[in-house]
Write a protein that binds this ligand. Structure first.
Ligand code: LHQ
Length: 261
């Protein structure tokens, strides 16, 4: 399938999805959202894929919504509809993908661009990357899950500071505050991100998918509910070939070879 605003390659268990409007700092348009939906559907239905790596072409991850885009008849965009039809399904699709999703953030991630990156399971950033809750600068409210995720990651007061002021949060500070997995030199970013994604792709994918589900859903569960959920998910994981392989490898004192199921 050919895309105009993104690229997708799938090889060796790894799907690489790149936002590809570098002249506009990979700002999201309706077309890009449509292509992302198709690409994520393809990834979800391809059993060979065991990790997704999301990145941006050029000097940015994404500057968020394309502020030049208008609705039908040149009317202003209906923002609630735009969120319902495009951003919210994208956040859900990334969170619900039953395999690990890594974001590689080069340069700026602003507005929805920041929150889409943070919606990925692990975020690796180049040292010059920065995250901007740019919404307050244009009279909007943080969206794409930012108001849910940020207080959980950085605490309420830091989330308030980030969202009210809309100032850039530099990569090193973002690492210290718990938004990121790793910060690396800018020119090493894609190599490091691919190495991380390849490590994840070699792990027991079904168990990883269930693990991320348990962790995300824990935010709205009490301990009793969560204990029951762990029991139910463990039942599924225990039936996988990868669990049998993990046990056999442990007994035989050799590294396991997981197949992902
Ligand atoms: C852009 C953009 C952009 C179009 C740079 N759009 N062209 C969801 C639902 C529905 C609607 C509303 O919003 C949302 C969620 C959101 O995402 S709202 C937040 C939207 N994003 C922003 O407010 C960020 C706007 N951009 C910036 O503040 C700056 O561009 C940043 C700080 C990201 C980068 O600054 P610089 O490195 O100085 O780059 P630049 O400003 O020179 O941008 C380079 C080009 O990219 C430039 O185009 P040009 O043709 O003049 O070279 C910009 O116009 C274009 N661009 N962001 N969001």
């Amino acid at each position: 399938m050919t895309f105009q605003t993104i690229t997708l390659t799938i090889a060796d268990g790894l799907a690489e999805l790149t936002l590809n409007r570098p002249d506009k700092l990979n700002a999201f348009t309706v077309q890009m959202h449509g292509e992302l939906r198709q690409a994520l559907k393809q990834v979800r239905h391809d059993d060979s894929v065991r990790c997704l790596l999301l990145s941006g072409a050029g000097r940015a991850f994404s500057a968020g919504q394309d502020l030049a885009e208008t609705g039908p008849g040149e009317r202003p965009l209906d923002l609630a509809q735009t969120l319902d039809h495009h951003y919210n399904p994208l956040v859900r699709a990334l969170r619900d993908l039953p395999l690990p999703v890594v974001a590689a953030v080069n340069g700026v991630a602003a507005g929805a661009g920041a929150n889409i990156a943070l919606a990925c399971d692990l975020v690796i950033a180049g040292r010059s990357a920065r995250f901007i809750q740019a919404f307050s600068k244009i009279g909007l409210v943080p969206d794409s899950g930012g108001t849910w995720l940020l207080p959980r990651m950085v605490g309420l007061k830091r989330a308030l500071g980030l969202c009210l002021l809309g100032e850039p949060l530099q990569a090193e500070q973002a690492l210290e505050w718990g938004l990121l997995w790793q910060v690396v030199d800018d020119d090493a970013l894609m190599d490091e991100a691919r190495a991380l994604a390849a490590r994840l792709a070699a792990l027991p994918t079904t168990a990883l998918g269930l693990t991320k589900r348990a962790l995300y859903e824990s935010a709205t569960h009490n301990l009793d509910h969560q204990l029951n959920m762990e029991r139910d998910l463990q039942k599924i994981a225990a039936r996988t070939e990868d669990h049998a392989e993990g046990l056999a490898a442990f007994r035989e004192k050799r590294p396991p070879t997981f197949k992902g199921h």
